[in-house]
Design a protein around this ligand. Structure first.
Ligand code: DP6
Length: 326
């Protein structure tokens, strides 16, 4: 009744921003990401009749309140499927500082899903695992797979899941996550999405074009066409942040340093150093480039005073490990 899993984080080229069904976490639009190899979560789950209640330890500290509730709710989903009632002990560790403000829910809920399902004795295929992970945190359904992954929006819980478009060895690119600021975000991703659908006058406009952009990205991945992939990802990041900024209250996740770096990236590109950016719910910037440009970009980042970054290659899907955390 004990199992351990490792899952990598992912960075979206075409973003998920808004839920069609909040309870089940079904997205308004299909979306696409790259699973990355430098940021991961390892999670051990043990179900036992000896535990009186669920105990959750995240990065060496005991989770309480909302954080713990989210994990317990996810364990309930797995318990329901496995028809067990045992409480669980969960120990989870990120290999990157949580305070850096880089995504942890994607790798976190993917690892929790794979470990909890195995610990509960469920033998599920990746599609089922993706459907379960999705209900913990949407983007985590993509981290079940390695490489280039599409989340098919679907309309019901059973047809909203991720599929692999190309594996991690198909097209070698780099994703450099630059930590610009480590402050807490004022409005959470969940609340931000809800507000954007209700109030942004351009929310529907993005929905009208985003599936077309996704098709373009998918073709670009399969053709290993980095220019189309990067420029379309960058365009969708700007579009999503335009939706955020036109939400009431305004969701300005960028800091002055964010814009400074985005302008640098555009300048480097105009000088012939090909790279593109994306930004999630926060001030940090991801830079996409081909492997032969990585060194030059890391050098320029240091020159410009950006010293906190994680360079990733395409990473593999979530898997079980033999060694447990407790
Ligand atoms: C901006 O998956 O963290 O990073 O489903 O509410 O847990 P919940 O949201 P989450 O949202 C990720 C939003 C994003 C875009 C993306 O990764 O596609």
């Amino acid at each position: 009744m004990k199992a351990t899993s490792i899952a990598n984080s992912n960075t979206a080229f075409i973003k998920y921003w808004g839920k069609y069904n909040e309870e089940l976490i079904i997205p308004m639009n299909s979306n696409m990401s790259l699973t990355v190899d430098s940021q991961n979560t390892v999670t051990t789950v043990e179900f036992s009749g000896d535990y009186k209640e669920d105990e959750v330890i995240l990065n060496s500290s005991r989770a309480e309140g909302k954080e713990k509730e989210r994990v317990t709710r996810h364990l309930d989903l797995v318990r329901g499927l496995a028809k067990i009632r045992d409480r669980a002990k969960v120990v989870s560790k990120n290999n990157f500082p949580t305070a850096a403000g880089l995504a942890s829910s994607a790798s976190g809920f993917a690892a929790l899903t794979v470990a909890a399902c195995a610990a509960a004795g469920l033998n599920l295929d990746k599609k089922r695992l993706s459907i379960i992970a999705r209900q913990g945190s949407g983007s985590s359904c993509r981290s079940i797979y390695g490489g280039y992954v599409q989340w098919l929006k679907g309309k019901t819980s059973d047809d909203s899941y991720a599929v692999q478009i190309a594996d991690e060895n198909y097209f070698d690119i780099r994703d450099i996550a630059v930590v610009v600021s480590t402050g807490e975000r004022a409005i959470s991703t969940r609340e931000g999405m809800r507000l954007s659908i209700k109030t942004s006058p351009i929310y529907q406009a993005r929905l009208g074009v985003v599936e077309g952009m996704l098709e373009k990205v998918k073709k670009a991945i399969l053709a290993r066409d980095f220019r189309t992939l990067g420029s379309t990802a960058e365009a969708d990041a700007i579009l999503m942040h335009s939706v955020m900024m036109t939400t009431e209250p305004h969701l300005f996740y960028w800091e002055p340093k964010t814009l400074e770096l985005l302008k640098k990236i555009m300048k480097w590109r105009s000088e012939g150093l090909e790279c593109y950016f994306t930004v999630d719910t926060g001030p940090n910037v991801h830079i996409f480039c081909l492997p032969d440009k990585e060194k030059e970009i890391l050098g320029r980042l240091k020159e410009e005073g950006f010293r906190n970054f994680f360079a990733s290659k395409p990473g593999g899907g979530a898997e079980l490990l033999k060694k447990h955390l407790f």
